[in-house]
Design a protein around this ligand. Structure first.
Ligand code: VGL
Ligand code: ZN
Length: 404
């Protein structure tokens, strides 16, 4: 099976293109948080940097008597003259301070030849020199590119047009781009031109809206085996387990007013062992609960399993229990203002034991059980640690004493 991946291309998210910079793009700063929130959704992330020598011929300063915004002939092509910007190694050329750069797989420097400008991240404006980006993308099995950044009417447009011409399936993420708009309507015309060249227009909602995101994921997921509660599925050649009929798993760090924490104990068949876990359950557990909010699922599951009603619940984190094995993630919630109104224990066939453990004794108690061969859920340790931060109740997180 031929691998095919999609890359995110972040175009010129550099200080000089932000408000206050040398060549400010209006609202340019507003796309930086979007770049940060899109990156986790892509297997490959690439950034381009406008990277000019100080004597670059696109700078008006290099043409005595010419002014910024005028158009001249350069390398046989019309060239808009710009203020000095993105000079190599200057602070103006640095990435936007709030941009997260730890996920960048590859960086392309462009506009390095003083005699010709380079709006596109693939080629200079005369298509004389190749930046190596197309080869890099092909070497990583990329056949689709999603482009965002600055500026819609120059570098984003040129990068998208080249990507499409090179045969990449090309998308422009409209709401994650901003333009210079030297003439009113430049951005709209740029988007129209991209569209005519076969570039598809999308918005960040495709990743950032959970419903839209899931719809796209489902389209590229095939079912290998349909179980009663779980299915075996494949996505891009990767096999994993997916739950049926639920929107998520919630696990609850529930603390009582007298500073106890609730754990549940249950014999679990996959590991054939008694396990100590946080009270937990599925959102949309039953037909009766379909469409419930995560918060009401937390309250319902906590009451069913432990008999406690929670006055207040809040989400702490979304954690991944086993990212290679299952699409399941666990939402850790903190539940406080507890009041006991039921007996708990779950449904009859669940046979859940509830343990009320003093917060300050929790890690010692868990270490003793673990030493006897009980299994402790990773989410339980993680949840205690995260809740300790939130509650400002220090917790001793020394690892269990295994006698070694
Ligand atoms: C750009 C003008 C000059 C851009 C770069 O990043 O769009 N625009 N250099
Ligand atoms: Zn430039």
């Amino acid at each position: 099976m031929k691998r095919s991946l999609e890359a995110l291309i972040l175009v010129d998210l550099q200080n000089d293109f932000l408000p206050g910079g040398a060549l400010p793009v209006p609202e340019g700063d507003q796309v930086v948080p979007l770049a940060n929130r899109l990156q986790p959704h892509f297997p490959i992330v690439v950034a381009s940097m406008d990277w000019h020598p100080a004597n670059h011929k696109s700078f008006a300063s290099q043409h005595p008597g010419r002014r910024v915004g005028e158009t001249i002939q350069l390398a046989g092509m019309p060239q808009v003259l710009w203020p000095d910007h993105c000079v190599q190694d200057s602070s103006g050329a640095a990435f936007a301070p709030d941009l997260y750069t730890g996920s960048l797989d590859h960086i392309v420097h462009k506009g390095v030849d003083p005699d010709i400008d380079s709006y596109s991240a693939f080629f200079d404006n005369g298509r004389r020199r190749d930046t190596g980006l197309a080869d890099y993308l092909r070497s990583r099995s990329v056949d689709g590119v999603y482009i965002m950044g600055l500026a819609t009417d120059y570098c984003v447009k040129a990068t998208a047009l080249d990507a499409a011409a090179l045969g990449f399936t090309t998308f422009v993420i409209e709401d994650a781009c901003r333009g210079v708009e030297l003439k009113p309507g430049d951005c709209r015309r740029a988007l129209d031109e991209m569209e005519r060249a076969g570039v598809r227009r999308v918005t960040t909602a495709r990743w950032l809206d959970p419903v839209e995101r899931q719809r796209h994921l489902d389209e590229e997921t095939s079912v290998i085996h349909e179980g009663r509660f779980v299915r075996l599925v494949a996505r891009r050649g990767w096999e994993f387990a997916a739950r049926r009929g639920t929107r998520g798993v919630v696990a609850i760090v529930a603390v009582t007013p007298d500073r106890h924490v609730l754990f549940v104990e249950q014999y679990r068949w996959p590991v054939a062992r008694r396990c100590l876990e946080l009270p937990a359950g599925l959102v949309d557990d039953t037909a009766a609960a379909a469409g419930e909010s995560f918060e009401s699922a937390v309250k319902r599951e906590l009451w069913e399993e432990t008999g406690y009603e929670a006055g207040s619940v809040c989400p702490i984190a979304e954690l991944v229990p086993s990212a290679g094995l299952t699409s399941e993630t666990t939402w850790i919630y903190l539940a406080t203002d507890l009041e006991r109104t039921g007996s708990g224990g779950g449904t009859e066939d669940e046979a859940i034991l509830v343990h009320h453990i003093p917060w300050d004794d929790a890690t010692r108690w868990l270490a003793q059980r673990a030493a006897d061969g009980y299994l402790v859920a990773a989410s339980l340790y993680a949840g205690l640690w995260l809740a300790a931060e939130k509650l400002r109740w220090p917790i001793d997180i020394r690892p269990p004493d295994t006698g070694a």
